[in-house]
Design a protein around this ligand. Structure first.
Ligand SMILES: [Zn+2]
Length: 535
């Protein structure tokens, strides 16, 4: 027997959650050919894995890399974490479908979230064309796509702040059907982001029903993760129940200190819904800070009509005063639907063309410039046309552990990779972009013993694969795709910090994507072997 690659002598953790065992793993082309305690055949290449863990390649259940691949197909920040598959099209954002003439609206809309969009020419309209464009650039990881509800809404009815009419819903259903036919796994909402937030529950139920026969999954960034947390999870459950589809609650959390105690009730809601037959699950990232676009701090009404209209409102003194009156608390904190009440010292600039403010909090910028923090916020949005990203510290560390350990929850980085003309190491992105998976293995499995290494691996392999109904990924099994990550259980560690986020993790020497050794000796090797996955 001759194999293309033999990984010899490691501890195999197969992704099911079963205990690790000593075994060799043989690959032939893009498939796993054999797994047994000691394989004796010939191999073109041998990797010595003594003392190392051999697992399935990690699956990032929630990522915003969509447009990043076009700027940076090697996706090094991901692959070097051991990730071989990413799920994108999250939180209502996807780069397709795109109606002609709306390229600028979509570019401005997604600007703060995927920096790459600013410079990118969006050369597709249908979801199928977009997937073909992505496949043609050969990203280093496999990519599973969802279609964003915001993209569906913009394409069907523009950026309007109103419930969808029957005709609008019909148009969205048609676009969703096209995306599902082309290879989407379902759709995602971002009910704190305009224009997704303008939808009533009935619109989302209709869309869920429309993808029921195709077995679509609904990924929900819920309507509020702060004061509205429990009602918002209840809404997601209703959509799953009445739409007849599974629901994945994105980045499960309670934002704002006053809401932290609600996390137990939120997790119980998922359990109770499951007990009566609604397919509810969730994902989480292992940090107590979040990250999104800075304009997410603006009230929904102020964003109606798109970024252009928001900028007009921010330029108008009276409207600006109304926004401040609504959101400002005691002059020190800012209240928004997405973040709850957050201090200006808890909001940090992640990315901005004005480089000198990256890494600073709104409070720090205010002190330096002598401008009130609320004005710093609104001035930045206005001057940068909303292409500003932020990192916000509004969550509890204890809650993060509680959610991570929950049996219905898998790992999703929610990473927002930043890219500028200077290259991929731009700004101060949330360290989850570089550290999520090693951090779960190091901090939560090895150090805190929150769960076993096998459970940690399951939450980033077999569990998301089953969620997506991937038939041949997420486990180390004969006949499965040859996506393999080899790591050192004693040394694996995230190195990225908030102050120094562009740091690759340690202790992950080999990553194999579809049989191609993509990371070797901890360094990137080409070529990109990822594929566009279809359900
Ligand atoms: Zn989200």
């Amino acid at each position: 027997m001759a194999w293309s690659l033999l990984v010899r002598g490691g501890t195999v953790i197969d992704g099911t959650g079963a205990p690790g065992r000593r075994a060799d793993v043989a690959l032939e082309g893009d498939r796993i050919a054999a797994i047994a305690p000691s394989l004796t055949g010939e191999a073109a290449r041998v990797i010595d894995a003594h003392g190392l863990v051999v697992g399935p390649g990690f699956i990032d259940a929630h990522s915003h890399s969509d447009l990043f691949y076009f700027a940076c197909p090697s996706a090094e920040s991901k692959v070097r974490q051991g990730v071989t598959t990413e799920v994108v099209g999250m939180c209502s954002f996807s780069p397709a479908p795109l109606s002609s003439g709306q390229e600028d609206v979509v570019r401005a809309w997604s600007g703060g979230l995927v920096g790459a969009a600013v410079a990118l020419d969006l050369r597709w309209q249908t979801f199928r064309q977009y997937l073909e464009a992505l496949a043609s650039i050969h990203p280093a990881v496999n990519v599973a796509h969802f279609v964003g509800h915001g993209a569906l809404r913009i394409a069907a009815m523009g950026f309007e702040n109103r419930p969808a009419s029957a005709a609008d819903v019909k148009a969205m259903e048609r676009l969703l059907g096209e995306a599902m036919d082309a290879g989407a796994f379902g759709f995602s909402s971002g009910l704190v982001y305009a224009p997704s937030a303008y939808a009533e529950t009935a619109e989302l139920i209709a869309l869920a029903r429309a993808m029921r026969s195709a077995n679509g999954l609904y990924c929900s960034h819920i309507r509020g993760e702060s004061s509205m947390l429990l009602d918002s999870i209840a809404e997601a459950i209703t959509i799953g129940e009445q739409g007849g589809v599974g629901v994945q609650v994105a980045h499960v959390k309670a934002s704002g200190k006053e809401n932290w105690p609600k996390i137990d009730a939120a997790l119980r809601q998922l359990e109770d819904a499951r007990a009566r037959g609604v397919d509810m699950m969730g994902d989480v990232y292992p940090y107590n800070a979040g990250s999104t676009k800075l304009d997410n701090l603006m009230p929904g009404w102020a964003q109606a009509g798109g970024v252009g209209r928001l900028l007009e409102r921010l330029a108008d003194r009276a409207t600006r005063r109304t926004i401040a009156e609504e959101c400002l608390v005691d002059g020190e904190r800012w209240r928004s639907v997405s973040q709850g009440e957050i201090g200006f010292d808890q909001v940090f600039i992640a990315s901005c063309a004005r480089r000198e403010v990256e890494g600073l909090s709104l409070a720090q910028i205010a002190r330096q410039s002598g401008v009130a923090p609320a004005d710093v916020l609104m001035n930045l949005l206005l001057e940068q046309k909303c292409t500003v990203g932020m990192v916000t510290f509004g969550q509890s560390i204890e809650n993060v552990a509680k959610v991570l350990a929950h049996p219905l929850v898998m790992i999703g980085s929610d990473s927002i990779p930043l890219f500028s003309g200077d290259g991929p190491k731009h700004g101060k992105p949330h360290p989850r972009s570089y550290g999520t998976f090693p951090r779960v293995l190091a901090e939560y499995a090895r150090e805190r013993r929150l769960f076993s290494l096998e459970t940690a691996v399951h939450k980033m392999t077999g569990m998301p694969a089953a969620r997506l109904r991937l038939k041949d990924r997420g486990l180390l099994r004969e006949g499965y795709a040859a996506d393999v990550t080899v790591f050192d259980p004693a040394l694996v560690k995230d190195e990225a910090t908030y102050a120094d986020p562009h740091r690759y993790p340690a202790g992950i020497p080999y990553v194999v994507v579809n049989g191609v050794v993509t990371v070797e000796g901890g360094q990137m090797r080409g070529p990109g072997a990822g594929r566009v996955l279809r359900p």
